[in-house]
Design a protein. Structure first.
Length: 365
């Protein structure tokens, strides 16, 4: 009788063990599936972030925030090498630790990871220990995963995630993290072009205006706050004649005076840039063409009524200065939010380039 009971108990225990194993596998499968769903959602949020009208730096910071929230990461830091130094692009770690975090490439423990383009996982075994790269800090991070970042086989920096618990990443799905890392690289690669545009904006030395590139970065974010805007490009059509007849310094004065008149005439909500040479662009943010027609005509009249004295630098000794007047040809079109503003300005530029010689009008296309 006792033997039968023992056999029955053993059978029940075996069945329970098998049941627990099945449940464990289902939970593992569910967790794996859940992680994949989370990763797809994260990827979608990455793509949404890329398309937002934000600066490149704001985008990378938001992406880091998404990683922290979706994967429940304690600390996440993205560090990029800009060609001369390592810069922290995004982190939720206190600023007092930044010097350490942006110099991890020089730590012996991570050098092999960078050389082989493979992740590195480190952790402490017990309280009171600290990670090898920590100099003055105890208790903030007890485990970390380091991911070197490469674009087209070129090392560009690293991503490091940290936890305040020892062995916290022991069971994390590294396959998922590799996918996340690759997504970070894709995002960095995508917004790198935006960063280039934002960083090549220059200030014109004669007019103090920003160059045309401003329209494609920060300017576009301001313009795209509205569904439609009106863009006017105008050209000082007789600048070559002025340079030849009165001197190049006088021509520079004409460009400066014209820009001053326009700047004084337009609202601070509108944008004026020196597009190229004698061409300028005014963006009437949120304004319809019909609403700016009279205003543009007024600006044109102000410009052409200017009498600009010949520069002293273009005069011979005892020569009396003459006065010059600028002539402008203007073209206006509608810009729609989200479309390529460079395509719109190119269309306006082509019109002015192909306009009949001597045309001096306001044109609508």
């Amino acid at each position: 009788m006792i033997i039968a009971v023992i056999i029955l108990l053993v059978a029940i225990i075996m069945l329970l063990m098998i049941y627990n194993m099945l449940i464990s596998k289902k939970i593992e499968k569910y967790n794996s599936l859940n992680q994949k769903v989370v990763s797809l959602n994260v990827l979608q949020e990455f793509m949404d972030t890329i398309s937002e009208e934000k600066s490149a730096n704001d985008k990378i910071r938001k992406i880091n925030e998404i990683l922290i929230e979706k994967y429940d990461i304690k600390y996440s830091t993205i560090v990029i090498y800009n060609g001369s130094e390592y810069i922290i692009k995004a982190t939720n770690v206190d600023v007092k630790h930044w010097d350490t975090l942006k110099n991890l490439h020089s730590e012996e423990i991570f050098k092999d990871s960078i050389e082989t383009a493979t992740p590195k996982y480190i952790t402490v075994e017990k309280e009171g220990e600290r990670l090898p790269y920590q100099k003055m800090e105890f208790g903030r991070a007890k485990s970390a995963m380091f991911f070197p970042l490469y674009i087209d086989n070129v090392y560009i920096g690293y991503w490091i995630i940290e936890s305040g618990k020892p062995h916290d990443f022991d069971k994390i799905d590294t396959t998922i993290l590799e996918v996340v890392k690759n997504n970070i690289i894709s995002v960095i690669k995508t917004i790198d072009n935006q960063n280039i545009v934002e960083n090549i904006v220059r200030e014109d030395k004669f007019t103090g205006l920003k160059s045309a590139e401003y329209l494609y970065g920060e300017g576009k974010r301001k313009i795209d706050q509205y569904t439609t805007s009106s863009i006017c490009m105008f050209e000082i059509t007789n600048i070559v004649d002025i340079n030849e007849e009165y001197g190049r310094h006088t021509g520079n004065d004409v460009i400066t005076k014209v820009s001053e008149i326009v700047q004084q005439s337009i609202s601070k909500d509108y944008i004026l840039v020196r597009y190229m040479g004698p061409k300028f662009v005014i963006v009437f943010s949120g304004a319809e063409i019909e609403g700016v027609s009279d205003f543009v005509l007024n600006i044109k009249n102000k410009i052409e009524n200017l009498s600009i004295e010949q520069s002293e630098e273009d005069l011979y000794e005892d020569e009396e200065p003459e006065y010059v007047k600028a002539k402008v040809n203007m073209v206006i079109t509608t810009y729609y939010k989200g479309t390529a503003i460079e395509g719109t300005t190119k269309k306006l530029e082509e019109y002015l380039e192909l306009a009949p010689q001597g045309e001096n009008d306001i044109n609508y296309i």
